[in-house]
Ligand binder design. Structure first.
Ligand code: PXP
Length: 258
C-alpha cells in the first residue's frame, strides 16, 4: 500500500493566525500541530511531514523539536537549503529531510528544485552530504522531468518527491498529460534506484491517478486532509485517505492481469 505522510503545516497556519505574537504559553495556542500528528498516526498515517520555512510562518522551531520526539513513524522535515534551517535539522535529526525550493513571496511551494545551475547543485550537494552524515535520508522535491530525476540521482539523494501540483491543477486531457509525465519520472527514478514519493495538491479525488503508478511508494498530503478534517474530524479525514490508498494494490494487480 502507498504510505501516507500527513503534512500538518496548515494546522500550524491556523494556530499562527491567532497566536503568532504571543510570548507566554497561556492561553494555550491552538490548534496544536503536535496533537494533529498524534491523531494522524493513531488513525493510520505512516508518517508526519512538516515544513520549517525560513520565515517560520506556520511550523516553528518548537514544533519540530516536539515532532522529533513524538512521531513514531517517519518524521519528514521539509526544508530549504538555508543554513539556519539545515542547522535545526541536524539538531532535531528527522528520519528524512525533503529539500524544497523556497521563495518568501509564495503562498505555498510552487515548483520543484532547480537542478540546472551548477551553483545550486553544489550547494545542494554540500547540504545532502551533511544530512546524510547524520543518517538523515534525503529526498529532493522535483518537477516530473527526466533531467531533474537524473540530477537527483547524480546528487546521491535517497529519494525524490515528484511535484504533483500541475497535475492537481489540470483537467481532462491536460491532467492525463501531467499524469503521464509523473509516471515517466517515477519509472525513471525507480530505475535509477531512488525511492519515489509524490505530493502537492493531492486530494480525495485526484489521488486516484496517482494510485495507478506502482513506483510511487508514499504520498505527502496536507491541505485536503486538514480542510476535510474541519467537517469530519482529523482522525476520520486521515482514515478516509488511508481507505483510498488501500485500493492501490488491487488496482496494480488488476493492471497486471489485463
Ligand atoms: N510535498 C511538498 C514538498 C510540499 O511542499 C507540500 C506543501 O507544503 C506538500 C507535499 C503538501 O501539499 P498539500 O498541502 O497541497 O497537500
Amino acid at each position: 500500500m502507498i504510505a501516507l505522510g500527513v503534512n500538518i503545516d496548515h494546522v500550524a497556519t491556523l494556530r499562527q493566525a491567532r497566536y503568532r505574537d504571543q510570548k507566554s504559553s497561556f492561553p494555550a495556542p491552538e490548534p496544536d500541530p503536535i496533537e494533529a500528528a498524534r491523531i494522524a498516526e493513531k488513525a493510520g498515517a505512516e508518517g508526519i511531514t512538516a515544513h520549517l520555512r525560513e520565515d517560520r510562518r506556520h511550523v516553528i522551531d518548537r514544533d519540530i523539536r516536539h515532532l522529533g520526539r513524538v512521531v513514531h513513524g517517519k518524521f519528514n522535515l521539509e526544508m530549504s537549503a538555508a543554513e539556519d534551517v539545515v542547522r535545526r535539522a541536524l539538531l532535531v535529526r528527522p528520519d528524512q529531510a525533503t529539500l524544497v525550493p523556497e521563495r518568501r513571496a509564495e503562498v505555498t511551494t510552487e515548483g520543484g528544485l532547480s537542478l540546472k545551475s551548477g551553483r545550486n547543485k553544489e550547494k545542494l550537494a554540500r547540504v545532502i552530504k551533511r544530512l546524510s552524515a547524520r543518517h538523515i535520508a534525503v529526498s529532493l522535491f522535483i518537477d516530473p522531468d527526466s533531467a531533474a530525476v537524473r540530477a537527483a540521482a547524480a546528487l546521491e539523494a535517497d529519494a525524490v518527491e515528484i511535484h504533483t501540483g500541475s497535475y492537481a491543477n489540470a483537467r481532462g486531457r491536460a491532467a492525463r498529460r501531467e499524469l503521464s509525465r509523473i509516471r515517466h519520472a517515477a519509472e525513471e527514478a525507480a530505475g535509477l534506484g531512488l525511492a519515489v514519493y509524490a505530493g502537492h495538491g493531492l486530494n480525495y479525488v485526484n489521488i486516484a491517478g496517482i494510485l495507478a503508478i506502482p513506483e510511487i511508494a508514499e504520498v505527502n498530503i496536507g491541505h485536503s486532509i486538514v480542510s476535510h478534517a474541519m467537517f469530519v474530524g482529523f482522525a476520520q479525514a486521515v482514515r478516509e485517505m488511508k481507505a483510498l490508498l488501500a485500493w492501490a494494490p488491487k488496482r496494480q494487480n488488476q493492471a497486471k492481469r489485463t
